[in-house]
Design a protein around this ligand. Structure first.
Ligand SMILES: Nc1ncnc2c1ncn2[C@@H]1O[C@H](COP(=O)(O)OP(=O)(O)OP(=O)(O)O)[C@@H](O)[C@H]1O
Length: 547
C-alpha cells in the first residue's frame, strides 16, 4: 500500500510536467492522458537510446523550441514571482507563469513571445530566444540525445550522473541549462556576488575549449564567464563573473586561501568526472564540493565513461541523482572504425607510422604517445621526414600548448603528437585518424583517445599499435573493438582476464626508437612469439590462481 502512495503522486507529477512542457508547444492540441504522456516520453527516450533512472525524471526535449516552456515550467516559484513583480513595477502586463499551466498554454508553437522570457526578464530581450537563435546559428538544429534529457533535468534542479559517448554534445548539455537558469536568476534579482556556476575539467586545454563554446552563446545573455588561469586568477574581479571554467588545483587552492567564495554557486559541473575522481584530483574536488555550500546547488557529473567504482563514489556526493546513460556505458564510439596493428618490437612502431603516412593517412591525424619525452622524440623523427607535425604535452608552456592546438585546428599542422593531456574532451574539427602509437593505459583511456575522431555524427578511423609488452591489456581493448563491430582475432578475445594489478606493462624508453636499432623486423612477423608470450602470461595466471 505504501508503495502505491509513493509511486502514484510521483507519476502524476511527472505527467503534469510533461503536459506543461509539451502542450506549450501546441496550445491547440488536446491534453493527452497521463499514460500517453509517460509513454510519449519513453518513446522519445527509446528512439534516442536514452536510459534514465532515479525518481521522477523530467521528459526529454523533443526539440530546442521546447526550451522556453521547460525553462518556465521548471522555474522555482519564488523566482517567477520576483520576475512578475518586476514586470508589475515596470508597469508591464504579463501572464501568470512560473508553474502555471495556463501561462504555458498561452505560448506560441515555437516557444514564442507570449510565453518567452520577455515576461520573466524585464531587464533583457527574451534571452532564451536569443540563446535559441545562437544555437541555430552554430548549426545546432536539434538537441543531441544527451542534451534532450540532461537539459530539462538540470533545469528541474536534478543532480545528475550523465554518461554519453565521446563527441555526443555533453558540453552544451550542461552549458545550455546553466545559461538559461542564471539568466532567470538574474532577472529575478537573486544575484549574489561571486560565481554562480562552476565547470571543472581535468585539463586547462579542455576548460579553454569550453570557454570558446561558451563565448559563442554568451552574447545577449547579460552573463559573464571567465577561464581561470594564472592571469585571471590574480587580475580579475571574480565577483563579477557568473560562470567560471576551471581546473581543480587552481580553484581548490583559491578556495583554501579564501581568495574565492563559492557559496553562491548554483551549478557545479564536473566534466570528465571519472578522471576528476581519480587519485590526484579527488582531494581538490573535495575542497571545491565543500566550498559550493549553497542549499540549492545542483551538481552534475558528465563523462563518456563511468566505471562502477567511480559511480559508487560519485553517488556519495550527490542528492538523489538522476542517472542518464545514452547508448551503452563504457563503450567505444561505433562511428570509429578500429583496428589493432601488431608492430613487432618497440622500434617497429616508427616504421609502421612511416608506412601509414607514406600510404596516405588522411590528415588531420592525432597520434598518442605515452610520455612527453616520447612526444618530443617522435616529433623530431617526423620533422626529419618533412611531415607538417607538431606535438603537445605537459612539457610545453600553456601558451605553446594553445598555439599547438590552434595550428592543428586551423590546418597548419597535419599531424599532432599528443600525450593523454589531449586524450579527453578535446574537440578538433574533422580528425580523420587517431593513431595509438603507444598502447593506452586502460580501456577507459582507449575510449577517450579514439573518441577524438568520429564526433558529432561523423566517422573516423583509429589504429592502435601493439607490441609484446602490451599483452596484458590486449583483451579488454579487443573486446571494445568487437563490441563496436570491429574485427579482432578470436585468440585475443580468449585471453585470460587479468586483474588490474597484473596489467602492468614494461616501462617504455623515452626515445621512440630504442637504441640504434632502426632496422626493425617487418611488421607481422613476430605474431607467433607474441602468442607464446600471451600463453605464458595466461599459464602464470592459472598457476597463481591454483595456489
Ligand atoms: N545539438 C548539436 N547539433 C550538432 N552538433 C552539436 C550539437 N551539440 C554539440 N555539437 C557538436 O558536437 C561536437 C562534440 O561536442 P562535445 O565536445 O560537447 O562532445 P562531448 O560529448 O563532450 O565529447 P567528449 O566525451 O569527447 O568530451 C562539437 O563539435 C559540438 O560543436
Amino acid at each position: 500500500m505504501e508503495l502505491f502512495h509513493d509511486t502514484e503522486p510521483s507519476q502524476k507529477q511527472q505527467a503534469d510536467q510533461l503536459e506543461e512542457s509539451w502542450t506549450a508547444v501546441d496550445p491547440g492540441c488536446p491534453v493527452p492522458s497521463t499514460r500517453d504522456l509517460l509513454e510519449a516520453a519513453n518513446v522519445v527516450r527509446k528512439h534516442y537510446r536514452i536510459k534514465v533512472s532515479g525518481p521522477e525524471p523530467p521528459p526529454p526535449l523533443r526539440s530546442w523550441s521546447e526550451l522556453t516552456a521547460v525553462a518556465i515550467s521548471t522555474q522555482p516559484l519564488a523566482m517567477a514571482d520576483a520576475a512578475s513583480a518586476a514586470v508589475d513595477a515596470a508597469g508591464g502586463s504579463h501572464h501568470r507563469h512560473g508553474n502555471s499551466k495556463t501561462a504555458q498554454r498561452s505560448g506560441g508553437a515555437d516557444g514564442s513571445e507570449s510565453t518567452g522570457l520577455a515576461h520573466a526578464s524585464p531587464a533583457g530581450p527574451k534571452p532564451v530566444q536569443v540563446l535559441l537563435s545562437r544555437l541555430q546559428q552554430q548549426g545546432y538544429a536539434h538537441p543531441t540525445p544527451i542534451q534532450r534529457q540532461a537539459v530539462p533535468a538540470l533545469l528541474a534542479s536534478r543532480e545528475l550522473l550523465a554518461v554519453a559517448p565521446t563527441g555526443s554534445g555533453k558540453t552544451l548539455a550542461f552549458l545550455v541549462p546553466i545559461l538559461v537558469r542564471l539568466r532567470q536568476l538574474k532577472s529575478a534579482g537573486d544575484w549574489p556576488a561571486w560565481p554562480k556556476a562552476v565547470v571543472l575539467s581535468p585539463t586547462h586545454e579542455l576548460s579553454a575549449q569550453q570557454a570558446r563554446t561558451l563565448n559563442l552563446l554568451l552574447p545577449g545573455s547579460g552573463l559573464r564567464a571567465c577561464l581561470l588561469n594564472k592571469a585571471t586568477a590574480t587580475g580579475n574581479d571574480l565577483s563579477k563573473v557568473d560562470i567560471l571554467l576551471a581546473n581543480p588545483l587552481r580553484l581548490a587552492t583559491m578556495v583554501a586561501n579564501r581568495q574565492l567564495d563559492l557559496s553562491g554557486v548554483r551549478f557545479l559541473v564536473l566534466d570528465e568526472a571519472d578522471k576528476l575522481f581519480e587519485l590526484g584530483f579527488v582531494e581538490q574536488i573535495d575542497g571545491v564540493l565543500a566550498g559550493c555550500s549553497h542549499r540549492d546547488v545542483v551538481r552534475a557529473l558528465f563523462s563518456a565513461t563511468l566505471p562502477d567504482k567511480v559511480e559508487n563514489l560519485a553517488r556519495t556526493v550527490l542528492k538523489q541523482p538522476l542517472r542518464v546513460i545514452v547508448g551503452a556505458k563504457n563503450t567505444a564510439v561505433h562511428a570509429v572504425s578500429q583496428r589493432l596493428l601488431y608492430v613487432g618490437q618497440e622500434a617497429g612502431k616508427l616504421l609502421a607510422l612511416r608506412q601509414l603516412l607514406a600510404e596516405g593517412l588522411k590528415p588531420p591525424v592525432l597520434v598518442f604517445v605515452a610520455s612527453k619525452e616520447r612526444a618530443a622524440a617522435l616529433h623530431r623523427e617526423l620533422l626529419y621526414d618533412g611531415v607538417h607535425v607538431d606535438s603537445i604535452s605537459a612539457a610545453l608552456s600553456p601558451t605553446a600548448c594553445a598555439a599547438a592546438v590552434d595550428n592543428f585546428r586551423s590546418g597548419k599542422t597535419w599531424v599532432l603528437i599528443a600525450t593523454d593531456l589531449l586524450g579527453r574532451g578535446m574537440d578538433f574539427v574533422g580528425i580523420n585518424t587517431v593513431v595509438n602509437y603507444d598502447f593506452p593505459n586502460s580501456p577507459m583511456d582507449y575510449i577517450h583517445r579514439i573518441g577524438r575522431t568520429g564526433r558529432a555524427n561523423k566517422t573516423g578511423c583509429a589504429i592502435t599499435f601493439y607490441v609484446e609488452g602490451d599483452a596484458p591489456l590486449l583483451r579488454p581493448i579487443a573486446n571494445l573493438i568487437k563490441e563496436a563491430n570491429g574485427e579482432v582475432p578470436d585468440w585475443m578475445l580468449r585471453l585470460k582476464k587479468l586483474r588490474t594489478k597484473d596489467r602492468k606493462r614494461p616501462a617504455l624508453s623515452p626515445e621512440v626508437v630504442s637504441g640504434a636499432n632502426t632496422n626493425t623486423k617487418p611488421v607481422n612477423k613476430g605474431r607467433k612469439k607474441l602468442k607464446r608470450t600471451l600463453a605464458t602470461v595466461n599459464a602464470n595466471e592459472r598457476r597463481q590462481s591454483d595456489t
